[in-house]
Every structure is written in structure tokens, then in C-alpha cells.
Design a protein around this ligand. Sequence first.
Ligand code: C5P
Length: 321
Amino acid sequence: MSWATSGGPGRITGDGAVTARAPAKVNVHLAVGPLRPDGFHELRTVYLAVSLFDTVTVRRGRGLSLAVTGEGRTAVGAGAVPTDRRNLVWQAAELLAEHAGVAPDAAIAIDKAIPAAAGLAGGSADAAAALVALDALWGTHATRGDLAGLAARLGSDVPFSLHGGVALGSGRGEQLSPVLARRRWDWVLGIAGEGLSTPAVYAELDRLRADGRVPAGTDLDPAEPVIAALRSGPVEALAAALANDLQAPALSLRPDLRRALRAPTAAGAVGALVSGSGPTVAALVEDADAAVRLAATLAGEGVYRTVRAVHGPVHGARLVG
Ligand code: C5P
């Protein structure tokens, strides 16, 4: 039975609104293989969902409309998040409607806490939350497997935004297997003022490899050290296993990131790396108190636009309210 017809546990409010939220992610391990004929790179990555959430609220409407609020809605230099078909949420709505054979009628509001173009999968989180919320609004009875299939068509990171927790991603990132993490991991995210384009960072990696300035990366290791470290700690083991092939091209495109990457360890973090295609820096710390202390120190240094203390793993996209 769908939430819409069951009257479910308070999912659809008096004004007919349904709300879902989905988390940001950090890639604690990101190995990039060769460029495939379809324009994507073969990946081996370990995703960790962290406690910074975007919220998507949907209501009945005529046709589709999109409104975006929240401090994550602009990436300085990259312009505001679009409110038309270019937005992944719009594409998610059309895809789910087509899958379910319903009219794509909804007024959608996105409240963005996850900054855009930051390497934190904010757009993917929005798309995953929209799938979950619209499934409930429209009573489409999509299974989790159906939603995962639609998510993979929307983008490489969208299946993980739906899944949450910790997962090993292969293929272009969309093929997931769950990874066990027995403890909570605390991080500080250092968010830059200006976003980075994911395709541009991948293209820069290809260029650096063609020039022989970074290893070719055809060998995709099974990420065992990082999976073992995530399972049971200690924090030093995870710090030693952090790796991201996109860090070199992100630094090449944005030399000022070097300082942003050095700052956390100089201020007491156990380890740090660029998150995904950047430019966000994810700094690993011992516990929640250390995260609060480091966040305060880094905010005082003014290296980043915004600093956030977060933890993971957290759940993937789900209904709230
Ligand atoms: O899947 P998504 O839309 O997030 O990918 C954005 C872009 O990032 C792709 O068009 C491609 O340029 C690059 N990418 C890639 N290999 C991947 C994932 C993304 O080259 N595995």
C-alpha cells in the first residue's frame, strides 16, 4: 500500500505536502580507471553518507515547477542552481512519472544545505529525495529496486544518495554493494567559495595521465584497506587509507586548494582529502568534540567559505515528517 492511499504515518500533511531528505557523501576512496567508450570512467569507490542534508518537499500541482532555497543553492562563480529541466530533480520527476505512467504534475521545493558543485553529490541527493517524495505523493508503488534503477539513469552518484550508509561503488559508481561500518566517523568539511565542474576535473585527470604526470590508473584495486579500516577503525588506519585519484586534477585546476588541503592536518586533523571532484576538503578527526574544535579553528583561519562538522554513516534518501 502506498503512503498516499494508506494515509501512512503522517507522511502527507494537511496541505498535501510530502517531504524527503537525502545526505551529502564523501568518497573515502576513489580510484579512477580508464575512460570508457560511453564517456564515463570505470571507478572503484567507497562512499560514506554524511550528516549534511538537502530537503525536498513536493505538492500536487499542474505540470512541474521547481523552487530552490537554502544557502547551498549558489556555487560562487557557477551561478545559481537551475530551476528548469537542467536540474536533476526535474529529470527525476519526468523519469518516475514515465516509469509509473502518471502525469508529471508536482510543485517541488528544494531546500539546499549541501553546496552545489562541491564534490558532495548535492544534486544527486536532491534527485534521490525527489524520487522518494514523488513516489509517495503520486502513489506510484515503486519498489526500492525500481527507484535504484531510475537513480542510475539520472547520474552516477544518485543510487548511493538513495542507498546511504557506506557502500562500495563500481561501474561508473552506480553499482553498489553495502560495506559494514561498526563505528561513527567524524569529519569537518571545508567548503570553498567557488565550485568545480565534475566533467572538467575528469578531463583534467585524462590530460595529466596523457602527459605522464600522474599514473595511468588502469589497475582498479579492491579498496580492501579502506574497507577494513572503516569496519572497525582505528581512526589512524582510515586516515592512512584515504585516497582520491581526482585530487591531483582538482589541485591542478585550482592551485589554491593546496592550502585548503594542508590547513586541517596543520590544525590537528588525523587526515584530509579532497571530496569527490572537489573542491570540498574532508578532514577526518577522532570524535565529535574534535570536529567541533577543528571546525572553530578552521572557520577562524578563513581558508574556506563555510566549515561544517558532520558525521557518517547516515541513512540515504527517506521520507520525513
Ligand atoms: O554521472 P554524472 O552525471 O554525475 O557524471 C557527470 C560527468 O562526470 C560525466 O559526464 C563524466 O564527464 C564524468 N564522470 C566520469 N566517470 C564517472 C562518473 C562521472 O567521467 N564514473
